[in-house]
Design a protein around this ligand. Structure first.
Ligand code: WQD
Length: 347
């Protein structure tokens, strides 16, 4: 536990909000920066409902270099940061690359610039298994080669990791961990917070739960001609609470000086791959809902299979995902029903 305050950027977002809950429950005092571009202030209420503790909140756009400088002058005690704030839609990044390079890279540089002034800053970076592209070997270890990104979004994660690594090389007092997420899904078991996609969901699970609740007519399964058991693509779906807890473990590792060197990378997955059809069957089982779907063409840029080798995270970080696919889908469904009820009450 640390008495110092921790900054969580993007702390009202999907993974950010669940991490804020996990931090508070571990005794950390949290300050959130979010520009509300992909979240809402209701999430702050959800966090408070769960922990009884409202984090300090600053509505700041991290693209404003002066605002970032002013923040660190106002909160001069803060030198521990978990950085989620970024744009994350793969398809959108292809259509609007400069938005992604500005929002995901410039903001990172401004924060690192301020942290570099601190005596012992610690930085946890939200990265993604997307940096591996279609890995040559499965499961994927942290030593797998980083391949040319398939999208500007993926490129911003690769570039982000390089920027942090270069910063760590010239400043041994600056310590950082990049966490490469596989596929985050689910919601907090209280259904006070969860995933809030804006518009048509790009990701599989929110599209499934919106179809099951009747908001979408049917799920389109993007291809069943992949070289897998049932022809549909395989991913490593990890419960967002397991992911959140990994961030607390990673930050504690740096605070307690347990790191092996001042820049480390960990894959965060369950180590298990599931196909789209297996996810559909699992969802139908936990929700007792029949899920209407149709098979359509593959989605541009999708890979066949990705699932994590969790050895390094288990043995060095001392973290292991312990929630199942069914747990995650159950929580996602419970959350979708809460969202639906709220929308009905608002209309
Ligand atoms: C999962 C599987 C689709 C929707 C992306 C980013 C990754 C991270 C998570 C940000 C794939 C299939 C999906 C649908 C479908 N994002 N699918 N019908 O593409 O593995 O990962 O989101 O950090 O960085 O790359 O996740 O949920 O979009 O797709 O059949 O309507 O479900 O083809 O096989 P993805 P996803």
């Amino acid at each position: 536990m640390s008495s110092k305050r921790v900054l969580v950027t993007g702390g009202l977002g999907f993974i950010g909000s669940h991490t804020v809950v996990a931090l508070q429950q571990e005794g950390f005092e949290v300050v959130i920066i979010d520009n509300l571009s992909n979240s809402s202030l209701d999430v702050l209420g959800g966090i408070t409902q769960i922990t009884g503790n409202t984090p300090e909140f600053e509505n700041i756009d991290l693209r404003d270099k002066t605002a970032v400088k002013d923040f660190f002058e106002k909160y001069e005690d803060i030198e521990d940061v978990i950085h989620f704030a970024a744009s994350k839609a793969v398809g959108e990044s292809v259509l609007n690359p400069l938005l992604y390079y500005e929002n995901n890279i410039s903001t990172l540089v401004y924060i690192l610039h301020e942290l570099n002034k601190k005596p012992s800053a610690k930085f946890i970076f939200s990265s993604s298994c997307t940096v591996y592209g279609q890995a040559d070997e499965l499961p994927i270890t942290e030593n797998a080669p980083v391949k040319k990104a398939e999208s500007p979004y993926g490129n911003t994660k690769q570039i982000g990791e390089e920027i942090i690594n270069d910063t760590c090389k010239i400043n041994v007092d600056f310590k950082a961990i990049a966490l490469r997420y596989f596929n985050p899904i689910g919601a907090h078991p209280t259904a006070e917070i969860g995933e809030l996609p804006i518009g048509t969901p790009q990701n599989l699970i929110p599209y499934i739960t919106q179809t099951a609740i009747g908001k979408r007519e049917e799920l389109s399964v993007f291809g069943n001609d992949y070289p897998t058991n049932d022809g549909t693509a395989i991913r490593d779906y990890i419960h967002v609470m397991d992911l959140a807890e990994a961030h607390v473990t990673a930050l504690s590792r740096l605070i307690n000086g347990k790191e092996k060197n001042n820049y480390e990378v960990f894959n965060l997955g369950t180590g298990k791959g599931n196909s789209v059809l297996e996810v559909i069957r699992s969802f139908e089982k936990v929700s007792e809902q029949n899920l209407p779907y149709k098979i359509v063409d593959r989605r541009e840029g999708d890979i066949t299979a990705a699932y994590a080798d969790t050895t390094k995270a288990n043995e060095e970080l001392g973290w292991k995902a312990n929630r199942s696919l069914d747990d995650a889908l159950q929580s996602a469904w419970k959350w979708q029903k809460v969202v639906e009820k709220r929308e009905e009450e608002e209309n």
